[in-house]
Design a protein around this ligand. Structure first.
Ligand code: 13P
Length: 251
């Protein structure tokens, strides 16, 4: 009933020209891989080049952030309408790097999520515990809290446009992947939080991704787990063959 969503998060990598070149390399490798949705979330400046390069392909484009106001004096920010007019369909919200380096809070994650959904974007909402929180035994509490805060005032109808990415902070960019069982467990806590808010049926229909050092070698095992409905992939999404191999693992 759930469809895999394999999404790259390029973070602050690739100029517009390099984005175009990487997409041209990826397109033939992922063409016809219809058992999953294929998404690339790219730096804002790369969006026009990425939209142009992916036209007519099965790759969808996402942004890496969105502001919660429609317009106004918010220097450096980008509105949901700017994204949709540019052809963007997805947006990453609340990535741990934004929480860590840019003072993103559960409240701003919630406001950005609502703005994205109200504009018709698909929101990829990120949650995840730090190593310290895990070692203190707070993983379940933290994941449920972050999930519920992010989804406050989201309607049941809007939940079909919500994807939640469980990204343990200790596994991001470290080469340390959560074991498939840890990923399944974390994703299960997220799904349980969705069930507590919206009921079992919506929870069963919600796509929950895993992210954190997912690569061409570990993707098949991670994706084989019942609660892992896809991946949010950083480093490996910057290499066409690696990203394509993860898409293959979802077939
Ligand atoms: P890595 O795949 O590089 O660990 O990054 C994961 C991530 O943060 C995706 O959003």
């Amino acid at each position: 009933m759930r469809r895999y969503v394999i999404a790259g998060n390029w973070k602050m990598n690739k100029t517009p020209a390099a984005a175009k070149a990487l997409i041209e390399e990826m397109k033939p490798l992922v063409a016809g891989k219809d058992n999953c949705d294929v998404v690339l979330c790219v730096p804002a400046i790369d969006i026009p080049a990425a939209i142009e390069a992916t036209a007519g392909s099965n790759i969808k484009i996402g942004a890496e952030n969105v502001h919660f106001k429609a317009s106004g004096a918010y220097t450096g920010e980008i509105s949901a309408e700017m994204l949709t007019e540019a052809g963007v369909e997805y947006v990453v919200i609340g990535h741990s790097e934004r929480r860590q380096y840019f003072a993103e809070t559960d409240q701003t994650v919630n406001l950005r999520t609502l703005a994205a959904l109200n504009a018709g974007l698909k929101a990829i909402v990120c949650v995840g515990e730090t190593l310290e929180q895990r070692e203190l035994g707070y993983t379940e509490t933290l994941l449920k809290f972050q999930t519920k805060m992010a989804l406050t005032n989201v309607t049941a109808e809007q939940m079909k446009n919500v994807i939640i990415a469980y990204e343990p902070v200790w596994a991001i960019g470290t080469g340390v992947t959560a074991t498939a069982d840890q990923a399944d467990e974390g994703n299960g806590y997220v799904r349980a939080a969705v069930a507590e808010m919206f009921g079992a049926e919506i929870a069963e229909a919600t796509v929950v991704q895993y992210g954190g050092s997912m690569n061409e070698k570990n993707a098949a095992e991670l994706l084989s787990k019942p609660n892992v409905d896809g991946g949010l992939i950083g480093g490996a999404s910057l290499v066409a063959a690696k990203f394509a191999a993860i898409v293959d693992a979802a077939q």
